[in-house]
Design a protein around this ligand. Sequence first.
Ligand code: AMP
Ligand code: MG
Length: 421
Amino acid sequence: MKTIVNTTPGCADPWDVDSISVDQALSQITDSISALQDCEELPIRDCLGRISSESVISPINVPGHANSAMDGFAVPAQSLPEDGVAELTEIGTAYAGKIFDGLCQQGECVRIMTGAVIPEGTDTVIMQEQVDQLENKTIRIGAGHRAGENVRYAGEDITEGETVLANGSKINPADLGILASLGIGSLKVLRKPVIAFFSTGDELVSIDKPLQKGEIYDSNRYTLHGMLSQLPVDIVDLGVIEDDPDAIRTALLKASQTADLIITTGGVSVGEADYIKPVLEDIGEIEFWKIAIKPGRPLTYGSIGNSIFMGLPGNPVAVMVTFSLFVRAAIRKLSGAPAWQAPLVKARAMQDLRKKAGRHEFLRGIASTDANNGWQVEKTGMQGSGILTSMSRANCFIVLPAENNGVKQGELVDVQLFDHI
Ligand code: AMP
Ligand code: MG
């Protein structure tokens, strides 16, 4: 007689009615988060990567004065020959930061260095390589020059009164330079979000202790530390919490008193020691708990009091994939940063890629340029969600949408390059 076993949807099923799509998860996350409002005023160097909470109007023109783009000779354009050669008399020198005070007349010129203010009476700079310098402070200029050449005009980069930085901009290195060029030393920015995280698992041991049989070192807190450190956030590492609902409840409630976002890893599946979801049901709200993604299907998203909660899976690769997709989007929204998604580029698959339709897959890949300067991509090797070396060797995700059911060598696939390459 045949035994019949009833099955409920689980990790092995490609289609799971409880799972939401990656895009749906992303929009639910970003729709449910509002940007922080508090701000602080900081010296501009400390504003890199932060979000401005004021707009900046330029108090001056940049450059402040018309100046030379070349080392050469400043001349009045009327003295330039239409054809033949003109001889001009050199009456002085203008240096960057040292003005030439005189007035230049027709038939005269001023030796000028890059960045020096254009002397009165001149409007054009001829490169020194394009003139003959004679012994008696005389130069010879040929035809073919344009009036105004090699002059940088006052305000040509920034005009007084212009908005150089909009409220809500993410401050990049060029912005620091621009603020400095306006003589602005400090800026109001939104405060950094506070992110608290801990690992859960009775098998986890911190790196300063010897391993007993069946134990493993906690690596997730280190990858999380690494990924969070690249963002403008304040980090609170709460260590390892055992698989015990009371201990998890206590840790979550404590974290919710200070953190804007709480991240945990592990304990979100349907195993007997997976307590994150029931504890969250008890002390907070759950928005969703399963995404049709591989790796990283179980992900509990919700809130505890005023804190956002993201319960990531325990497997080390799933932590990194879900962080890169969902946690970064949540932090961006919380920080007030403009929405952004890493662009996908097309790359030629260097091997067959097996996949069943159903889940959005993020394989770890190595992208490189092929002989025609196009992109090609190969897998890093074993793709299990515990194979953390697959992440460390990768420079991209190979992104296969839910409906994809396999790729043949030579076909084009979407690749998302990591931003640290
Ligand atoms: P879980 O989601 O708790 O069922 O864990 C899934 C897998 O990830 C198990 O093999 C765990 O041992 C492993 N794992 C969980 N947390 C960590 C961690 N912090 N560091 C390394 N591996 C972990
Ligand atoms: Mg566990």
